[in-house]
Design a protein around this ligand. Sequence first.
Ligand code: SF4
Ligand code: SF4
Length: 155
Amino acid sequence: MDRIDLKKLDPDFKHRLARELGGEHIKKCFSCGVCSARCPVEKIEPEYNPRKIIRMILLGMEEALLKEEFLWHCSTCYTCQESCPQKVNFTEVIFALRNLAVRKGLAPPGMGAARNLLSQQGRMYEVGDFENEKRQELGLPKIMGNPEEYKKLLG
Ligand code: SF4
Ligand code: SF4
């Protein structure tokens, strides 16, 4: 990580995040590191570190954190959430951070494409004739797109 620019710290960030869905318990973290020790992504991706993310939140490093690509590396396995002695609900914190990043236009470009696919098809990839033929071979019903229903569900 680059040197911390004190002028860019926002002490209100943790309070704002605590008002977001999923971020409610962020201030209960006492930095024990259990989440980081148990996180499977941290084992293979040294840049990804739940405790570091929480320290960045508590320090007010909003801009630096929301534009970090590693925010999107969490597999949402909930191991950290189940292990946390303070019930910080870190997986939900990740969702809250991602929502903020999207609202501020700081999410990686590929996320916009994924969102468009979801709103148009209700899934991350298109199910076409090939997939439906395979489903038929397995005795499964055809999947039909219903874009209007997906749009209604996603608002
Ligand atoms: S396990 Fe919970 S209390 Fe410990 S560092 Fe992680 S979020 Fe904070
Ligand atoms: S939910 Fe994310 S941060 Fe938590 S243990 Fe799983 S991969 Fe790590």
